[in-house]
Design a protein around this ligand. Structure first.
Ligand SMILES: Cc1cc2nc3c(=O)[nH]c(=O)nc-3n(C[C@H](O)[C@H](O)[C@H](O)COP(=O)(O)OP(=O)(O)OC[C@H]3O[C@@H](n4cnc5c(N)ncnc54)[C@H](O)[C@@H]3O)c2cc1C
Length: 306
């Protein structure tokens, strides 16, 4: 039995990433979850998503940025993405990871890089979402976000909170004072029990608790989940409290529960699809398998089909 933590562990093995990346076939199999290697391929995928009544968020995959020069290349990539969104008129914003912008090299460098992208997005009336990564960088991510939020508007830059973290309810209340646009997800990293709830039922309970606070805040937030229970709880709460469908959005990952994505859009809910693309797809792909090891069978079945 392949466990979630084994798959997350494998996602962090650089050597395996290089090994897997050499196989064209393996790359083909990832296409269910990764929109391609280039901006143009991601734009094509987003056109389809838009045609289904959903908006999108670009995510350039590259979690192994090791030098200041590489972080500048990431900034340029996101500037190209923002330009491509304007040029092609697709409906999409962008999601960034601060480690990609140098958070583990120098927090000031990450701030300058993120600021450049948020500034570019704000000038284009677009929006930058700062993804949340492992708990070793949670506080640094929040601090950097607050600094940016002090300089830019609530509709220019937003952040992500993870319901598996014990601290998240307090973080949500603190961030709402700014106010801030928050994407709520469950969390995708291996975390120790001191910082994260080990039991799924507690992660779910906390998701619902935080969702209540977010939806009641009057700020436009994103409920990122494929879990039908979380989705139903959100819809029920919104109905009960008289919160309109336009007041928030659901968010899901590219290739995951496409049926549900289309259904929610058809039902009149705002639905955003997170669209990862790029050459460094390996850790992202492995985390998707970790979330649902049944996806390994999906991948293997496709392999056998040829
Ligand atoms: C738009 C978006 C942005 C995200 N951003 C971040 C981020 O910044 N930081 C972070 O740590 N995590 C992020 N995540 C990942 C998130 O934390 C979870 O790991 C992931 O969404 C799985 O949790 P879940 O809520 O879907 O429910 P789970 O509890 O994992 O699953 C519940 C049910 O959802 C369905 N499901 C879940 N995953 C899959 C799948 N891969 N394939 C098919 N069905 C599935 C199944 O029916 C499953 O039983 C993001 C997720 C989304 C959707």
């Amino acid at each position: 039995m392949v466990t979630r933590s084994t798959l997350i562990y494998l996602s962090q093995r650089e050597g395996l990433k290089e090994f897997a990346a050499r196989f064209r076939l393996f790359k083909k199999l990832t296409s269910r979850f990764v929109a391609g290697e280039t901006i143009d391929e991601a734009v094509e995928a987003i056109r389809q998503i838009n045609a289904d009544g959903c908006t999108a968020s670009f995510d350039h995959l590259n979690e192994s940025v090791a030098s200041a020069a590489e972080t500048l290349e990431e900034v340029r990539e996101y500037q190209r993405v923002l330009g491509a969104i304007d040029k092609t008129d697709i409906s999409s914003n962008v999601s960034i990871k601060l480690t990609q912008f140098g958070l583990e090299i120098d927090a000031e460098l990450a701030y300058r890089n993120a600021r450049t992208v948020v500034d570019d997005a704000a000038r284009r009336a677009n929006f930058v979402r700062i993804d949340m990564e492992g708990s070793d960088v949670t506080q640094k991510t929040i601090d950097l976000f607050k600094r940016l939020r002090g300089e830019f508007g609530v509709n220019d830059v937003g952040i992500v909170l993870q319901s598996y973290l014990r601290r998240t309810f307090d973080d949500a209340q603190d961030l709402l004072k700014l106010p801030a646009r928050i994407r709520l997800c469950k969390g995708a990293y291996n975390e120790p029990p001191e910082v994260a709830f080990p039991e799924k039922k507690d992660v779910d309970k906390n998701y619902i608790r935080v969702m209540h606070v977010l939806l009641s805040s009057g700020v436009y937030h994103g409920m990122a989940t494929h879990d039908p229970h979380m989705i139903d709880a959100t819809i029920d709460f919104a109905k009960r409290e008289g919160i309109s469908k336009e007041a928030f959005e659901f968010q899901m990952l590219y290739g995951v529960r496409r049926d549900l994505q289309r259904q929610l859009a058809k039902d009149g809910y705002n639905m955003r699809v997170y669209v990862p693309y790029g050459k460094h797809w390996y850790p992202y792909f492995m985390r998707r398998l970790a979330e649902r090891p049944a996806n390994i069978w999906f991948v293997l079945k496709n392999l056998l089909k040829g």
